[in-house]
Design a protein around this ligand. Structure first.
Ligand SMILES: Nc1ncnc2c1ncn2[C@@H]1O[C@H](COP(=O)(O)OP(=O)(O)OP(=O)(O)O)[C@@H](O)[C@H]1O
Ligand SMILES: [Mg+2]
Length: 261
């Protein structure tokens, strides 16, 4: 069963059509990456999942449920969490308060989940009482992801999680994305750092001008000449030299098996 699917989605803002029939899907256990030039409609495609768009056609499916045009708060309650490109933390609240805010729709005891989040993001432990706005870019991104993960989502949507980060933090964020995925959460991620993103992705979609241009496995897209010319700074990247995942760790395979039952 597919976790999330955009089926021929057409729409935009007001009268302006930005997405001209976008289709993509995320299966259980997958990391799926969306790549494309600025203004291609990548963020807009993500917003379409949250009923934030004027849809002219197509459908958005979560598991087997049609969630087209469902308002954002309901989509969140259904288990889709989204970390937007900007404005994804409360800068004046402490790290801990940000994480608690992430659990705002939970009525149960979420203290165990808070512990999990600190385990996923160890650098946040000693910053827990610090205003989130004072953290480094990489750590702020960890807070934003941690906040989203408080709801133990069925799927996590990340819009350019590595944007503006130094290479060191970028590497850390990609590692964390993999860790989150290996612990069982499927991920749909928009990224500009195509090489690193495709390196950890099961599959990727190239969007251009609000349309699907190419889709394939992360490995094949990395080796694709057109992709290399457009996004990897020219020249194709031999697949074996890429950072593509070597083996599927056990937890990942298990998560996959579980969600297929
Ligand atoms: N709230 C909005 N109202 C009107 N037009 C918008 C809005 N948000 C985005 N657009 C327009 O929609 C188009 C696609 O924007 P979108 O943000 O989806 O692109 P993107 O692929 O995410 O680009 P980037 O790589 O710069 O993040 C652009 O032409 C943009 O100007
Ligand atoms: Mg964007």
């Amino acid at each position: 069963m597919t976790v999330l699917e955009l089926d021929n989605v057409t729409g935009g803002y007001g009268e302006t059509e930005i997405l001209h029939g976008i289709s993509l899907k995320v299966d259980p256990g997958e990391i799926v990456v969306i790549i494309g030039p600025n203004g291609a409609g990548k963020s807009t495609a993500m917003k379409s999942v949250f009923g934030l768009l004027n849809l002219h056609g197509g459908r958005v499916m979560l598991d087997d449920e049609d969630i087209t045009n469902t308002p954002p708060e309901k989509v969140v309650r259904k288990g889709v969490c989204y970390v937007p490109q900007t404005g994804n933390i409360f800068p004046n609240l402490s790290v801990h308060e940000n994480l608690e805010m992430g659990a705002y729709v939970r009525r149960d005891d979420f203290s165990g989940r808070l512990d999990d989040i600190y385990q996923i993001f160890p650098p946040l432990v000693e910053k827990r009482n610090q205003p989130a706005g004072t953290l480094s870019g990489g750590q702020r991104q960890m807070v934003a992801m941690g906040k989203a993960l408080m709801l133990e989502p069925k799927i996590l949507l990340l819009d350019e999680p590595s944007a503006g980060l130094s290479p060191k933090y970028r590497g850390e964020i990609f590692k964390v994305v993999r860790d989150i995925n290996e612990a069982g959460t499927p991920i749909l991620m928009v990224e500009q750092n195509a090489k690193q993103a495709l390196g950890i992705a099961d599959r990727g979609y190239i969007l251009v001008d609000g349309q699907n241009r190419l889709d394939d496995t992360g490995k094949k897209l990395l080796a694709n000449k057109e992709v290399a010319e457009m996004f990897l700074g020219g020249g194709s990247v031999p697949a074996k030299k890429t950072a593509a995942r070597k083996t599927k760790p056990k937890a990942r395979a298990k998560a996959r098996g579980k969600s297929k039952q």
